[in-house]
Design a binder for this molecule. Structure first.
Ligand SMILES: *[C@@H]1O[C@H](CO)[C@@H](O)[C@H](O)[C@H]1NC(C)=O
Ligand SMILES: *[C@@H]1O[C@H](CO)[C@@H](O)[C@H](O)[C@H]1NC(C)=O
Length: 347
């Protein structure tokens, strides 16, 4: 918006417009940020101190974050910021001992969660990150059950669940053909049935970047980044114009085939690297993907199979993390850890 007119009347109108334009912008930024959570990973040796990071979230209006383990510095920094809902992960390597004994689960809770209950808004605890399907997958259900019993007996408003990836799907195309692998059926289906009893969401990581990067000839960038309105995949009565919805719905179809209907799905991670794989990973593409994901959430439209059931999700991740494997893995962040500058503008 430019103020080119020179008369007093126009100048005043122009200033008024600028002011309301800025207000709208800030309003939109806060609405966007309050509907979309951010993952806060700690695999970097140059990350800002947790209190600085919490200040960044407050300044952006972020009200949901996910941390991968019950890090004491982060949880202490969150004290008093009850407007931020926190999803806390149990470390994968802790699952075996927790699965073996309810006493161990009580001890884990007393050490890692109890000290923060009074002034940190812990909304979810996740048992394991992408361990189903896999060798330690069977440890997830007993840990969820023990913790769910514990929070129920204490009447605490904390949901207990796990985080899984798309690798549970043996088939995902077209979405209605979505079906779990046999190992996923063994390990995930009992978890989904347990979560269904209390309508506790399953958390799923959905990354359109990976199918795009592995098959850019057949999967067009527009379809991968929510950049077309046209139906690209027609699946019976359902039309798909972005692969995110197709992946989400393939998971929903696979659950239905296991007899699990209407279980809420929360997107625990999505995102796009801004570097690391040539022209498939630029700040522009990452900004387009994440920006369009935020718009998709704000539209409240849901997916073709779950229309009008708005998507809830977390972008991966807050910072570029230099202790992750080299390449794209280090470049999913929205912010540069050393100066807290955005790598590209999102909120
Ligand atoms: C805790 O976080 C959840 C999820 O973000 C939010 O809905 C709720 O209002 C928060 N609680 C408080 C006391 O602000
Ligand atoms: C979704 O919402 C729109 C607009 O309110 C409505 O016309 C449509 O019937 C709804 N669809 C479903 C499946 O509920």
């Amino acid at each position: 918006m430019t103020c080119l007119k020179k008369t007093l009347f126009f100048l005043l109108t122009c200033i008024a417009n600028l002011v309301s334009y800025n207000h709208n912008n800030v309003g939109l930024r806060n609405v966007a940020a309050s509907n979309v959570g951010l993952n806060y990973g700690l695999l970097g040796d140059n990350l800002p101190a947790p209190p600085e990071v919490i200040n960044l979230y407050k300044s952006l209006g972020i009200t949901k974050i996910r941390i991968f383990d019950p890090n004491t510095e982060v949880l202490n920094a969150l004290r008093g910021h009850r407007d931020i809902g926190v999803t806390v992960g149990i470390k994968d390597q802790d699952l075996a001992s927790l699965a073996a004994s309810e006493e161990a689960v009580k001890g884990w809770f007393a050490t890692n969660i109890e000290p923060y209950l009074a002034d940190v808004n812990i909304t979810f605890i996740t048992a394991g990150n992408e361990v189903i399907p896999g060798p330690i997958g069977p440890q997830v259900l007993p840990v969820i059950q023990s913790l769910a019993n514990l929070v129920k007996s204490r009447n605490l408003p904390i949901s207990i669940t796990t985080v899984v990836s798309m690798s549970n799907l043996g088939q995902s195309y077209p979405p209605s053909a979505g079906m779990f692998t046999s190992q996923a059926r063994e390990q995930l289906t009992p978890v989904l049935k347990f979560l269904s009893q209390t309508s506790t969401p399953i958390l799923v990581n959905i990354y359109p970047y990976f199918p795009y990067a592995s098959d850019p000839v057949n999967i067009h960038l527009d379809y991968a980044t929510f950049s077309t309105e046209s139906v690209v995949v027609q699946d019976g009565p359902l039309g798909y114009s972005n692969i995110f919805d197709a992946m989400f719905d393939a998971f929903v179809w696979a659950m239905e085939k296991e007899g699990v209907k209407d279980l809420p799905v929360v997107v625990s991670e999505t995102g796009w690297p801004s570097a690391g794989n040539g022209d498939m990973t630029t700040p522009d593409i990452a900004a387009t993907y994440n920006g369009n994901f935020v718009k998709h959430v704000l539209s409240g439209k849901g997916t073709p199979k779950r229309q009008n059931s708005s998507i809830s999700g977390f972008i991966f991740a807050t910072f570029n993390e230099n202790q992750k494997p080299a390449g794209t893995e280090q470049n999913f962040g929205l912010y540069n850890p050393t100066d807290l500058k955005p790598i590209y503008k999102l909120f």
